[in-house]
Design a protein around this ligand. Structure first.
Ligand code: HEC
Length: 162
């Protein structure tokens, strides 16, 4: 009887010891995964903005060429980049002002759906003003966005072929 009791206590202690070891191992794995996660490359706000700048310019040439499908694509690319900014740039306080551009994006979207050139041009001016208004709000007034004066790339045809 005594032997069984002693054996029982021995196994209990062994089991407890084992679980502590497991916890230590799991913690070490969590720590190493957390470190890998922290070291993962994430594009910065400026890189997202460079992408948005290109989509903004392409949007202009798509719309003014009445390539409404391309214009629709470009406006959604801007929207996706803005979503990515909200997701990946949470460390930047400026991001809380990003929503100020939403109404302008939605009006230009309406112009594209209605294939209305005048509405598109007005919407584009409004969109561009909103880019600059946000830049002013977050002390980046030196980044001045304009209506593009020449094609942003030389290897793309903006005219519709459909
Ligand atoms: C939060 C409000 C906000 C809005 C809306 C916004 N920007 Fe920006 N933009 C910033 C901030 C902040 C920076 C500086 C990023 C950095 O620190 O690298 C910036 C930087 C830029 C740059 C400079 C990037 C470079 O490296 O040369 C460009 C170009 C730019 N934005 C274009 C645009 C365009 C085009 C729009 C509108 C379609 C727009 N931005 C809308 C906040 C905004």
């Amino acid at each position: 009887m005594k032997t069984i009791l002693i054996l029982g206590v021995f196994f209990m202690l062994a089991a407890c010891g084992g679980s502590t070891n497991n916890t230590d191992q799991l913690q070490a794995q969590v720590d190493s995964l957390q470190k890998k996660l922290n070291d993962t490359y994430k594009p910065g706000l400026g890189e997202f903005m460079l992408g948005i700048q290109l989509h903004h310019a392409k949007l202009w040439f798509a719309g003014t060429n009445k390539n409404w499908k391309l214009a629709d694509f470009e406006v959604h690319e801007i929207g996706e980049s803005l979503d990515d900014i909200k997701k990946y740039c949470t460390d930047r306080p400026e991001v809380k002002s990003i929503g100020m551009i939403d109404p302008a994006l939605s009006s230009i979207n309406t112009a594209i759906q209605q294939k209305d050139m005048q509405l598109f041009k007005n919407g584009f001016i409004d969109l561009t003003n909103n880019c600059n208004n946000c830049h002013k709000t977050v002390n980046h007034e030196f980044n001045v966005i304009t209506i593009p004066t020449s094609l942003p790339v030389v290897n793309q045809d903006f005219k519709p072929h459909y």
